[in-house]
Write a protein that binds this ligand. Structure first.
Ligand SMILES: Nc1ncnc2c1ncn2[C@@H]1O[C@H](COP(=O)(O)OP(=O)(O)O)[C@@H](O)[C@H]1O
Ligand SMILES: [Mg+2]
Length: 262
């Protein structure tokens, strides 16, 4: 099982957009995938589920002492074959109050009990707190989206320090890659930002750049993935290519799909 935390403590850098698109891209390629929404803002959850569909959330699994629920109770099928989601709740904020070491492993222990998924994609909150710690302790890889804007690397050093610190208790953790997002070729700031990011992280930066694309903003409102909402858009093409590049990096071949004859 490969568990990828999509993390950057800065908000608005396309963590959620990336987590949703990559999770869908992997499922479409035939990899059984679970999307874990660890952000109390619930944007990934509402991209796939309506509030009425949700009874149990990750907060019921991760927060509190007694009567915590098993993670299976908080897993819902999405309309994409092979893609399930564990939704968030505003009560996930309470994770930030945890102090005991063993509580920091709750997400890891819960996810370790799920053998059926090839991929777990964790959408992290925009902070460096205990919730991110839980994600990094549970993850095998981190994907760091960085928006191509003024001061793109602001805070990224603190994030890499946090990742390094988590490698002590979780030695298998590695950075899968840094991803340049919201790139607009007409804006010279974006080219400068891209250059800065590549200067800092070299080959760890994905070749794929996610271009600025309004369809990525509208898709969640229709509860559709970018691949369904606007299949020929830059957003769809770029996340398609990211999914392939990510599988290449992991040296994973896409399973051959069963061809249905009728
Ligand atoms: N490539 C892109 N082009 C245009 N808008 C984007 C792109 N990626 C993300 N966005 C938009 O930017 C906002 C922040 O993205 P989001 O994925 O929610 O970031 P985060 O999870 O890091 O806070 C959202 O409104 C999203 O639709
Ligand atoms: Mg988000």
């Amino acid at each position: 099982m490969i568990t990828i935390a999509v993390a950057n403590q800065k908000g608005g850098v396309a963590k959620t957009t990336t987590a949703c698109a990559v999770a869908a891209g992997l499922a479409i390629r035939g990899h059984q995938t679970l999307l874990v929404d660890l952000d109390q803002q619930r944007n990934a959850s509402t991209s796939f589920l309506t509030p009425e569909m949700i009874e149990t959330t990750l907060a019921d699994v991760l927060v509190g002492h007694n009567e915590r629920k098993p993670i299976r109770d908080a897993i819902y099928q999405t309309h994409i074959e092979g893609l399930d989601i564990a939704p968030a709740s505003i009560r996930l904020a309470l994770i930030e109050r945890t102090v005991a070491i063993e509580e920091q492993y709750r997400l890891k222990d819960a996810l370790d009990s799920l053998a059926e998924y090839s991929f777990i994609i964790i959408d992290c909150p925009p902070s460096l707190g205990m919730t991110l710690t839980q994600a990094l302790l549970a993850a095998s890889h981190v994907l760091v989206p960085i928006a191509a804007q003024f001061y793109p690397l602001e805070g990224v050093v603190d994030l890499t320090e946090t990742i390094k610190a988590t490698m002590r208790p979780n030695p298998k953790l590695s950075v899968l890659g840094y991803l340049v997002t919201v790139f607009d070729s007409r804006n010279s700031i974006c080219a400068q930002a891209d250059a800065k990011i590549r200067e800092m992280f070299g080959n760890d930066v994905f070749d794929t750049v996610i271009r600025s694309n309004v369809k990525l903003q509208t898709a969640p409102a229709y509860r559709k993935t970018i691949f369904e909402h606007a299949p020929s858009s830059h957003g769809s093409t770029d996340y398609d290519s990211l999914t392939d590049e990510l599988l290449d990096r992991l040296q994973i071949r896409t399973p051959i799909r069963m061809v249905k004859n009728d």
